[in-house]
Design a protein around this ligand. Structure first.
Ligand code: CMP
Length: 142
C-alpha cells in the first residue's frame, strides 16, 4: 500500500552538516520526499509532538534536546513507507542498529539518534498533520 510517514532529522545531525547524506539515503531507498522544511521547535511544540512519551523518564531530556537546534521535518511517500523507513532508520538504540541503517551510520547516542520516524499509520497521520498543512500536502505527481 502507498503510505506517507513523517521523518525528522534531529538537531545534532542538522548541526553536523549531514542533512544531505540522510536525505540521499531516503531517496536511494525509493522513499519520495513529498514535503520538507526546516523548523526550530519550542518546548510546547516538541511536547505536543512527543506527548505519547510524556510519562517516560527521558521525556524532559528529549524535549530539551529536540528544542536545542533546528530540525528537518519531511513527509516520505512510497509502498509500505512506514515500515520501510523504520527499517532504513534502524533500531532506536544505535548500539542495536543494523549495518547500512541511518542510525548505525549517524547516531551519536540513544537520544541523539539522528532521525525520527512514525511507528504506525495512526502516528503517521497525527505526526504529518502536526507539522504540515493542506497546501503543503497536496497529492504528489510523479
Ligand atoms: P524517537 O524515534 O524520536 O522517539 C522517541 C525518542 O526518545 C527516541 O527516538 C530517542 O531519541 C529518545 N529516547 C531517549 N531515551 C530513550 C529510551 N530509553 N528509550 C526510547 N527512546 C529514548
Amino acid at each position: 500500500m502507498i503510505e506517507r510517514t513523517l521523518a525528522i532529522i534531529k538537531p545534532r545531525a542538522v548541526a553536523r552538516n549531514i542533512i544531505g547524506d540522510i536525505l540521499k539515503m531516503m531517496e536511494e531507498n525509493n522513499l519520495k520526499i513529498v514535503a520538507l522544511k526546516m523548523i526550530h521547535m519550542d518546548r510546547k511544540v516538541a511536547a505536543g509532538f512527543y506527548y505519547v512519551h510524556k510519562d517516560k523518564p527521558f521525556f524532559t531530556s528529549l524535549i530539551k534536546f529536540m528544542t536545542s537546534g533546528a530540525v528537518i521535518v519531511a513527509v516520505l511517500e512510497g509502498k509500505d513507507a512506514i515500515t520501510r523507513y523504520r527499517k532504513l532508520m534502524g533500531s532506536t538504540n544505535p548500539d542495536k542498529a543494523d549495518e547500512g541503517t541511518i542510525r548505525k551510520k549517524y547516531a551519536e547516542s540513544l537520544q541523539a539518534n539522528a532521525v525520527h520516524g512514525s511507528d504506525s499509520p495512526e502516528s503517521a497521520e497525527y505526526e504529518i498533520s502536526y507539522f504540515f498543512n493542506a497546501t503543503e500536502l497536496r497529492p504528489y505527481h510523479y
